[in-house]
Ligand binder design. Structure first.
Ligand code: MN
Length: 231
């Protein structure tokens, strides 16, 4: 068997404390999953969770302790940071009940759902898909995956992001509108989850713009830290 051209490399993220890497299948993202962020985007109340996707090769892997470089994307003048807890699925399934969700989780990582907010805003206004705002190249910077058993109490972890040393986002994963288990229940009704899927679980309030030269430093307690410079 041959291919008409070389197939792209498998996108894979290192696992803390392991020589083996986590091969990425799909990236699912949850929209507006913290109350105060929903408010700052002009919404209130508990709506059912909704999802969008990024391509697997949008991952920009940054080793812990290193500073990653994210190129400022094209066709935007309003690049926003969204710090998020990332859930890595190790065991697939469909119609997974929230009570069983933990058994499907391989581990967790710190990620950024980088957003071309101006293009997303235009898409919302026109009733068009969000892809141009959300699913561009390098739009998913993330750190290594920490196995769930080593991650501590993720459901009550602090989540924060500073830009150039100034805190922009600071919250707690316990403030998720739909917690991780409920998110997996909803998501696995819509798609069959596969090992290798990543779920960006939503961002707390305080999103805002970054420009070339800015340094973003994010963290989720017990999971890790992520440093990315916009270049
Ligand atoms: Mn997000």
């Amino acid at each position: 068997m041959s291919y008409v051209f070389d197939p792209p490399a498998v996108v894979a993220v290192p696992v803390t404390g392991s020589e083996s890497r986590f091969p990425v299948h799909r990236i699912y993202c949850v929209g507006r999953n913290y109350v105060e962020h929903a408010k700052e985007m002009g919404f209130t109340g508990r709506e059912p969770p909704f999802f969008f996707m990024k391509p697997a090769d949008a991952v920009l892997y940054v080793p812990e302790g290193a500073t990653g470089e994210m190129p400022y994307p094209s066709v935007t003048a309003d690049l926003h940071h969204e710090i998020e807890l990332v859930v890595a699925i190790g065991k697939g399934g469909r119609d997974i009940k929230a009570a069983d969700a933990a058994g499907h989780i391989f581990g967790y990582a710190v990620g950024l759902d980088m957003t071309r907010r101006d293009l997303q805003g235009e898409a919302k206004k026109q009733g068009r898909p969000w892809d141009v705002g959300k699913s561009f190249d390098h739009s998913a910077p993330m750190g290594p995956i920490r196995p769930a058993a080593q991650a501590g109490d993720v459901g009550n972890a602090a989540i924060a992001l500073s830009v150039n040393g100034q805190v922009r986002q600071s919250s707690n994963v316990s403030k998720l509108i739909w917690n991780i288990a409920e998110t997996i229940e909803h998501l696995s009704r819509l798609w069959e989850l596969r090992p290798g899927d990543l779920i960006f679980s939503g961002t707390p309030e305080g999103v805002g713009a970054v420009k070339a030269g800015d340094l973003m430093e994010g963290s989720v307690g017990g999971v890790g830290a992520l440093k990315v410079k916009v270049v």
